[in-house]
Design a protein around this ligand. Structure first.
Ligand SMILES: *Cc1c(COP(=O)(O)O)cnc(C)c1O
Length: 347
């Protein structure tokens, strides 16, 4: 039962069945291009995502940074929400690796509009950076696992086309969005030029992400994967875990979403907690702790002593809990009891 680890959906550990799939994976040397399991995963993902080709990479951060590098020239600019992972949590990678600046949009949940993009595009004038790339993050992590409406992505694509911009989706949790809305990946991916998706989050694989897009883009991405040190040799071991996750761990994301809703419903009733349960659309629960209960860090420390693990979520007083395949409904009930105790003891 304890600890109940709600820090992130990255904490999932490969199950015995997944480990068996890893152990029996056929492998080759993927840098030399002959690891059959990696090739199988890349073909399957290209088809699944409705793109010409895909490339297996070590992490979601690398997937995004390779994509940015493959699309942008130094001195260009990226338009994205100010909550975006590539802007906040990839150590200034866009500046360091691609020499580009960011034009952040400010929205409450990370979901901006085509009009927001249009207004942020720089005029064609020698003083300005050259607007080149738009990133949409689906689901949006800092926005509380918020889900993009496909029509809104389509509208942004139309603006991007009109201005010659590239549209990339950080789909680290794209399958959470699809399961939550009853959509197929192509319902989103048909509207973006390229995307990334993580196997190491809710899908439960230990390592790995995919980049997908048109073949010339993937050819460039492959070059930058090598440049950034992401070429892996017998990577079929990891691709096997991703294939296992695709077969077994997609539909079950609905259970994580149900657990997140249960946790949110309980939290919304507790004294000193501010949370609108309607904001919980997938597996991420972000709530505010009244200063009377102490800082978010104090609150998290008191939970931790009792075996419930969460993380702070940026602005002061905000806490994030994430459900995943190693958290059961019984653990959500137990965590809710402990949260209630901590709220009442401080109130
Ligand atoms: C986790 C995450 C990533 C990638 O993270 P890595 O730890 O580099 O795999 C990218 N985008 C979003 C939205 C994420 O939540």
């Amino acid at each position: 039962m304890f600890p109940i680890d709600l820090r992130s959906d990255t904490v999932t550990r490969p199950s015995p069945a997944m480990r068996a799939a890893l152990a029996s994976a056929e492998v080759g040397d993927d840098v030399l291009g002959d690891d059959p399991t990696v090739l199988r995963l890349q073909e399957r993902m290209a088809e699944f995502l409705g793109k010409e080709a895909s490339l297996f990479v070590p992490s979601g951060s690398m997937a995004n940074q390779i994509s940015i590098r493959a699309v942008c020239e130094s001195g260009e600019e990226i338009i994205c929400d100010d909550s975006t992972h590539s802007y906040n949590f990839e150590t200034a990678g866009p500046a360091a690796l691609s020499g580009v600046s960011i034009r952040p949009l400010r929205t409450p949940r990370g979901i901006f509009t085509a009009a927001d993009v249009e207004a942020a595009i720089r005029p064609d004038n020698a003083h300005y950076p050259h607007s080149r790339l738009v990133i949409v993050e689906n689901t949006n992590n800092r926005g509380g696992g918020s889900v993009w409406p496909p029509e809104q992505v389509a509208a942004i694509r139309a603006v991007a086309e009109r201005h010659g911009l590239h549209l990339h989706m950080d789909g680290a949790r794209l399958l959470n969005a699809c399961v939550a809305r009853g959509l197929q990946p192509v319902d989103y991916t048909q509207h973006v030029h390229t995307l990334s998706l993580c196997f190491s989050k809710g899908l439960g694989a230990p390592i790995g992400s995919i980049v997908a897009g048109p073949r010339p883009f993937i050819t460039r991405a492959h070059r930058f994967r090598k440049m950034f040190g992401g070429g892996m040799r017998q990577a079929g071991i990891l691709a096997a875990a991703a294939l296992y996750a695709l077969d077994h761990n997609v539909a079950r994301l609905a259970e994580d979403h149900a657990n997140a809703r249960r946790l949110a419903a309980a939290l919304a009733e507790m004294p000193g907690i501010v949370l609108d349960p309607a904001t919980v659309e997938t597996n991420i629960v972000i709530f505010e702790v009244d200063p009377r209960l102490g800082s978010a860090a104090d609150f998290i420390a008191r939970l931790r002593e009792r075996g419930v693990w969460m993380l702070p979520a940026g602005p002061p007083g905000r806490v994030r809990a994430v459900t995943h395949l190693d958290v059961s409904p019984a653990q959500i009930v137990a965590a809710s009891g402990i949260l209630r105790e901590v709220c009442q003891s401080a109130a």
